[in-house]
Structure formats: C-alpha cells, structure tokens
Design a protein around this ligand. Sequence first.
Ligand SMILES: Cc1cc2nc3c(=O)[nH]c(=O)nc-3n(C[C@H](O)[C@H](O)[C@H](O)COP(=O)(O)O)c2cc1C
Length: 228
Amino acid sequence: MTNTATTVSESLDSRRSVRAFQDRPVDGALLRTVLEKASRAPSGGNLQPWHLYVIGGERMAALKAVMRQRLEQAPGGEDREYDVYPPNLIAPYRDRRFQVGEDMYGLLGIPRKDKAARLRWFANNFQFFGAPVALFCYVHRSMGPPQWSDLGMYLQSVMLLLREAGLDSCPQECWSRYPQTLGTFFQAPDEWMLFTGMAIGYRDESADVNRLRTQRARLDDIAEFHGL
Ligand SMILES: Cc1cc2nc3c(=O)[nH]c(=O)nc-3n(C[C@H](O)[C@H](O)[C@H](O)COP(=O)(O)O)c2cc1C
C-alpha cells in the first residue's frame, strides 16, 4: 500500500491516530505548507480562532525532557482548564470510549486489569509517541463552543492534508493535563487556553498499535433522513 493519499476519500480513510512514528525528520517547509493550506478551513464569521505553537528539533527535545521530569513530579497532571469528557459519560458514548480502549490495549497485549502497564503506555503520549514534530492548538479564552468546533475543522483539515503529504498524526487532548507547564514552555499569554496537542510524523508500519482500525456507528444510528 502506498502511504500517500491522493483523494479526499483516501485521506479520510487512511487517517488514523498513529501512536508509533518512524525516527524520520519532517521537513519544516512541508509542514508550513500544510498548515497554510489548512487555513482554508471554514469558521463561523471567519474568526479563524485557532492559534498554533509548532515545534520540532531542539525545542521538541526540550519539551520531551521537561515532560519526563514533570510526569515524575506530577503524574496526575495539573489544574485542568476544561474536562475532556463530561464527568458522567452516558451511553452510547461511554461504550464507544470503552471499546476503543479495549481494542487498543488488546493490540498492545495489555490486559484491562494491568493498570500500571496501561499508565506506562499512556505516558508515551508525552513523548509524542516518538514523533519528530508536534503542534499545539490554543484558543482565546473569550471564545465559546462554536469557536471550539471551528478548531476541529481546522485540525481535521491539517490531518487530511498531512495524509496527502504522506504524513500521519495523533491528536492529543491528554496535554490538557499539563496546561501550566505548556503555558510556561511556550510563554503563552494568559488569554490563550490550550485545546489540544498533535503529534506529527511518519507512521511506523511495523508497530502493532498502528493496526488499530477504530469502529464507527452506523449511519442510521447517527443520522435521520427526512424527505429523501
Ligand atoms: C481532539 C482529540 C483529542 C485526542 N486525544 C488523544 C490523546 O490524548 N491520546 C491518544 O492516544 N489519542 C487521542 N485522540 C485519538 C482518538 O482516540 C481517536 O481519534 C479515536 O479513537 C478514533 O480513532 P482514529 O483517530 O484512529 O480514527 C484524540 C482525538 C481527538 C479528535
């Protein structure tokens, strides 16, 4: 299988959250082109409410080092600025979340009851799963849910364009556990709030975890058609 998408459908279908990357650099100019192209993403009122910090090279190495230490000091994270999930996740969302966990840890051969191994694996997030570059998406604190949804449109556009460039990604909300560390690292103004990180690089085809093909609800479960 060639690992570069040439149509939107191929980009969509071949995009997946990649959690093991090759030790292969990503061209900074290519990344800039992708981010620039993605700026054609729509946003309500054309606000374009996304603000990015993009890192690679020495800065990436520095953040990984910071995080190795930070995870030791504060394994439970810092004061969260938003809840990644509602506190009482209801069905069917709860079941979907459970299923993706089972499928991923199944591929990794980590049983449900081995909480320590699951936590060790989870910590790989903070080394970007070995990816050489990453971005962090911030939003102004004054923005509300409609603008947060705009962020998703921008980020999905980035992920699809990355596929067209032969690259892969993993969006990483887990970084919302360390907003203070990241704010200090980027010297982000107080009015900017972190939404998510994203690891970017070339997928490691040999890694079992990258075989994960997550399930989706059937169309009839998520859409109701009226008049057609
Ligand atoms: C905004 C966002 C944040 C996410 N955060 C994480 C994360 O912190 N760590 C992780 O391993 N996966 C993360 N994911 C990946 C999801 O688990 C994944 O998108 C979902 O299970 C569907 O699988 P797929 O992306 O392979 O199609 C995130 C996805 C999104 C859209």
